[in-house]
Design a protein around this ligand. Sequence first.
Ligand SMILES: Cc1cc2nc3c(=O)[nH]c(=O)nc-3n(C[C@H](O)[C@H](O)[C@H](O)COP(=O)(O)O)c2cc1C
Length: 331
Amino acid sequence: MKQTVTIAGKEYGTVFLAPMAGMGDAAFRKICKEHGADYMTTEMVSAKALCYGDKKTPILAAIREYEKPVAIQIFGSEPETMAKASGILLEMSAKRGVMPAAIDVNMGCPMTKVVKSGDGSALMRTPEKAEAIVREMVSVCGDMPVTVKLRLGWDHENRNVVDMAKRLEQCGAAAFCIHARTRSEMYSPGIHPEYIRMVKESVSVPVIGNGDIFTAADAKKMVAETGCDGVAVARGALGNPWLFEEIHKGADFIPPTKEERIREALRHFRYMIEDKGERVAVAESRAAIAYYTKGLSGSSRIRGMMNTAETADEIIHILSDYADDKNSPFA
Ligand SMILES: Cc1cc2nc3c(=O)[nH]c(=O)nc-3n(C[C@H](O)[C@H](O)[C@H](O)COP(=O)(O)O)c2cc1C
């Protein structure tokens, strides 16, 4: 696997965190960065919401110095709105003193509520619109790279990712991250890495391979099968930020103990409190923490207790007791 990838003249490591709405927040990104994520992308934010002055959206798009390099992802389908939203993000980031590595365009989201407005992976059915989006964003972004996240196409009969990537490169896209499934495949088992290889052979900008990377061996396979310049992981990092270390170290990687997993869940939870405050952190932590305890004996009891916990102290106690319990299976 290559050690570096150069995007718009800047060099980065090759193990990326892919964007994850609802999961890939600042606390999770901090954890992933600490475990060796080389380049990360925020959760998608709505270009329309940014343009209409929605109060919550800028919070989702706020990036921190310690997590750099990080790209901010937007979704939408009106070229003008996408360009305006890019300008807002750049201005907002400049005010905060932390600039993103790129503005990334979501052309991969399969969710009905997104595609029914023509956004996300629906843009793969409207290549001219996708081209106009990238062209207009590039003209607003100037030196700031515009990158694109793609699927293979809308469905089996319309796997047009090679054509899309070629077109968007012409419009100024600086890199692609490709999830090797079509929209209609959603997340069903099995990916089609041969399409990533075809894109890699058709464009000169970097191509990051994505889809079903849960181990170092999966990452190696993705690179071997596609020739991609780097890999991006999403679900594999949930409750397992060690995946970045595993991919970097290969055979030298030592998996975390069960106790380390619980300790990491606690740290993740503390980062959520720092970032969002106790009330929101308690509500949102249940999903994030459940991933760390997945597969551990007694974890369903812990999940049940977490679901009724109302304060941060309660959650911290539940997890600390679970980690310290000398009778527990991981003592
Ligand atoms: C909970 C969740 C949220 C996601 N949100 C986004 C998103 O905001 N933007 C995006 O481009 N892809 C999003 N994705 C897709 C992932 O970035 C990635 O392409 C996909 O999960 C395949 O990679 P994986 O097999 O490593 O999970 C999301 C995936 C999941 C599971």
